[in-house]
Design a protein around this ligand. Structure first.
Ligand code: ATP
Ligand code: MG
Length: 484
């Protein structure tokens, strides 16, 4: 009993805003113990209570009213402390998923590997996770609730535990902060509060082992470092390059979801650089990474970066971004390079070569990140339209504009041109054409037929009489980059 009481005291400590007995006054300068509890009072952290999500708070109150423990946890607390708007609010509770399920009418149990409860409020979903414990202690009675492959990979993670145990099962210290709605304090078992202040991403526990348990944590490290502009602490960063290939053991559907989180984080450009630095990009996009290394004369990396900057800008403007466009851009040059090979070696007609190359490239990509059909079909259409956009004579241009994928295809064309691909002003022509009225469109068609673009100075000098009244010239509405 005394032993248990000691452990409990060590792990749970006192709620006094100080570290636990492990950091009693005479040891105040000692390194904090992992698992030492620290409470940060509301006065200290000063999160504006109005910024807490009402529905997530309701979930916590319902759980605590029913006698369970419940906290707001994870990214929402991290982001609020950083003055950012949380993407979602997560709840951690002592209630088992089934027990929690009974408390909420509009709730659904999800996941097998990691069981969770989703509580729905209109369009908002609050994720409720039961406290997890480590698998490797027989007294936790892991049985078939927790399974780990010999590589370290966690196959099932449904061993339940206490708040203190749960804290140490989370990935990074800054993600292990719990908000207690009783007194509006923050509970911290992993010195996440301090790391947050020092802008540091630090793995809880031993980084190598924790990445082996779940390699997706490597992607998460890059995503949070990019989003928060934090440094990945050296010991946390060190194993990533070597362990990155473990991502290949992750289900492609999960990696597709992660890829969207990475690229829709609002910091996709920074994410890309970190992913390249840590050998992560090649795991998720092996064909794109190979094309960046050997671009065969194409502006491969420029196009990727431009697409990501575009996405970041759209997210800042709260506009939607479509995964199909992003994937079409990321895989465009791998597809084009393969298409060129087919054109040269097998002498296929262009459209057939494109279809064949698209099949191959998408077929390889889905081994890394599954691409649901609702996205792979538009990707193919956006690519096919790249072949059709140069053929714009007569009524074709008008017809092309009615294609449901025209806008995305034009955006890709514009990205290609802006990235440095030689397209003889084709994207600019389309920019002008879309902005033009019917009379101006006729002029544009005329200029195209006679290859008489006023922007081409040589032609203008040779045939000045064909240079139409400049005031008739269509004005480009968008002289900037495409909007995806
Ligand atoms: P965001 O919601 O902004 O993407 P987040 O940190 O809230 O970031 P979620 O995926 O919502 O990320 O997960 C909520 C919390 O669950 C995390 O903060 C972390 O504590 C824990 N968590 C999520 N994924 C993992 C993982 N793979 N390993 C360990 N803990 C995890
Ligand atoms: Mg979250």
């Amino acid at each position: 009993m005394k032993f248990l009481a000691n452990i409990a005291r060590k792990v749970l400590g006192r709620s006094n805003g100080q570290t636990t007995p492990a950091a009693a006054p005479e040891q105040a300068t000692a390194a904090p113990q992992p698992g030492a509890k620290r409470v940060i009072t509301h006065e200290q952290h000063n999160i504006d209570r109005r910024r807490l999500d009402e529905n997530a708070s309701k979930v916590v109150y319902r759980l605590t009213d029913a006698g369970h423990e419940g906290y707001l946890v994870g990214g929402c607390i991290r982001d609020l402390l950083m003055g950012q708007r949380p993407k979602d609010f997560d709840v951690a509770t002592s209630a088992h998923p089934e027990e929690a399920h009974e408390l909420f009418r509009r709730s659904r149990l999800i996941g097998r590997r990691f069981k969770l409860l989703h509580v729905r409020f209109g369009r908002e979903i609050i994720e409720v996770a039961t406290f997890r414990a480590s698998h490797d202690q027989p007294e936790n009675g892991a049985g078939d609730k927790g399974r780990q492959h010999e590589s370290g990979l966690i196959l099932r993670d449904n061993v339940y535990g206490t708040l203190a145990e749960d804290a140490l099962r989370r990935d990074f210290t800054v993600n292990g902060l719990y908000y207690d709605l009783n007194d509006h304090s923050i509970i911290d078992f992993a010195d996440g509060y301090e790391d947050l202040q020092n802008r540091t991403i630090r793995m809880i526990g031993e980084p190598d082992a924790r990445y082996r348990e779940d390699p997706v944590r490597m992607l998460r490290a890059a995503r949070f470092a990019a989003k928060l502009e934090f440094e990945i602490e050296p010991a946390t960063a060190a194993p990533i390059n070597e362990l990155a290939p473990l991502l290949r053991s992750i289900a492609p559907a999960r990696l597709f979801d992660e890829s969207l989180k990475l690229y829709q984080s609002g910091h996709a450009e920074r994410v890309y650089h970190l992913m390249q630095q840590y050998n992560l990009f090649a795991q998720l996009f092996p064909q794109s990474a190979a094309a960046v290394k050997d671009p065969q004369g194409y502006p491969v990396e420029e196009l990727i970066l431009n697409a990501l900057r575009n996405t970041d800008r759209r997210i800042r403007q709260r506009k939607s971004v479509t995964p199909a466009f992003l994937y079409a851009a990321l895989l465009w040059y791998p597809m084009q390079i393969r298409m060129n090979e087919l054109l040269q070696k097998e002498q296929l007609p262009p459209l057939q070569a494109l279809h064949e190359a698209a099949n191959e490239v998408i077929g390889k990509q889905v081994k890394s990140t599954a691409i649901p059909r609702r996205f792979s079909t538009p990707i193919r259409e956006i690519w096919e339209l790249q072949l059709r956009l140069p053929r714009r004579q007569g009524k074709r241009a008008e017809r092309l504009m009615e294609h449901p994928r025209f806008r995305a295809a034009y955006d890709l064309l514009l990205l290609r041109e802006n990235s440095g691909e030689q397209l003889d002003g084709l994207a600019q022509w389309w920019t002008d054409y879309q902005a033009a009225n019917p009379v101006q469109r006729d002029h544009l068609q005329h200029r195209r037929e006679h290859n008489d673009d006023p922007r081409k100075p040589r032609r203008r000098r040779r045939r000045p009489n064909r240079n139409h009244n400049k005031s008739d010239a269509p004005q480009a509405t968008s002289n900037s980059r495409a909007e995806s």
